[in-house]
Design a protein around this ligand. Structure first.
Ligand SMILES: C[S@@+](CC[C@H](N)C(=O)[O-])C[C@H]1O[C@@H](n2cnc3c(N)ncnc32)[C@H](O)[C@@H]1O
Length: 285
């Protein structure tokens, strides 16, 4: 009883500052004062699982070498917001669909694979949505699907859900029947499994966007990054946007969440005129 009371004790101002700093340094996520209870709840729940009673001692554990990093990889999963859904922002999805259809109309049969990166992909709904839309675009022009989607996230737990590609009916009911019928199969547990033709197009990898410089330098046609940068400070959002530019092919597009990045411009990029969508195109050489 005493133990349980101790672990849910309040973070002091100093402890909140220390934990927030660690989270921001390691993930970019910047917490406001209003999120103190959230941080406290998540950290104390994990401490309870470990039989740990002291926030400062647990902080030292998390900072301590390789075992600390392993513990951090469990904890970070509790500290990120993983909310997502299929077809979450339809104007952005439609924008991608039209971009791909336009691209295919100039390049038939396509000479090279269309490469897309879903950054901060959470449990997979976003990259699978994009894969379904791209697959439909290839079918529309009567071509074999010649595209690949790289999907990355910091959370290993989210990625294991993504890789399983199995969702409950509530998630599936929210999408147009065409997609649910065409691209999902119901399993014995009454869940819906992404068809292999879609799953095979998506490659999931764990990756912290703060380490973007260490990630493989693939050149992308499309970078899709929504509802992740919003948790970062403005200067960091700009730095990551600059790094995205280096990973885009000439003519490639970058689509971010509407309003998530303000006052950003880059000499190699032009903002695309589009209502309800924040998209930039890399200028041709
Ligand atoms: C709110 S979800 C957004 C999911 C999806 N993009 C969408 O719009 O529905 C934010 C995702 O960003 C991931 N994330 C947060 N910080 C990250 C970082 N530093 N590197 C990579 N992924 C990160 C989280 O793990 C989480 O899955």
């Amino acid at each position: 009883m005493v133990w349980s009371l101790q672990t849910s004790s309040e973070l002091t101002d100093q402890q909140f500052a220390q934990w927030s700093r660690l989270l921001e340094n390691r993930s970019g996520i910047c917490l406001s004062d209003q999120q103190r209870v959230f941080l406290q709840t998540q950290v104390s729940m994990r401490m309870r699982e470990l039989g740990e009673t002291d926030y400062s001692h647990y902080l030292d554990t998390v900072k301590d070498g390789v075992p600390g990093l392993m513990e951090w990889s469990v904890l970070i999963d509790r500290l990120v917001v993983k909310e997502t859904s299929f077809f979450r922002h339809i104007p952005s999805i439609d924008y991608i669909k039209n971009f791909v259809l336009r691209k295919l109309s100039h390049d038939l049969p396509p000479k090279e694979s269309i490469e897309l990166w879903s950054v901060g992909c959470s449990s997979g709904e976003e990259p699978y949505t994009l894969a379904m839309v791209l697959n439909d675009a290839f079918e529309f022009v009567k071509q074999q699907p010649y595209f690949g989607i790289t999907a990355t996230d910091i959370s290993r737990a989210a990625l294991s859900i993504a890789k399983a590609g199995t969702y409950n009916a509530r998630k599936i009911d929210m999408m147009e029947a065409h997609y649910s019928k065409r691209y999902f199969k119901r399993n014995d547990a009454d869940q819906f499994v992404v068809q292999s033709e879609i799953m095979d197009r998506v490659c999931f990898n764990q990756g912290n966007i703060l380490n973007i410089k260490d990630m493989p330098n693939m050149q992308m046609d499309i970078i899709f990054c929504q509802n992740m940068l919003v948790y970062f400070r403005r200067w960091l959002r700009h730095e990551i946007m600059n790094a995205f530019v280096q990973r885009l092919k000439p003519g490639g597009i970058l689509v971010v969440g509407l309003g998530e990045v303000v006052d950003w411009a880059h000499p190699k990029m032009q903002r695309m005129p589009a209502d309800d969508v924040q998209a930039y195109q890399r200028k041709q050489l």
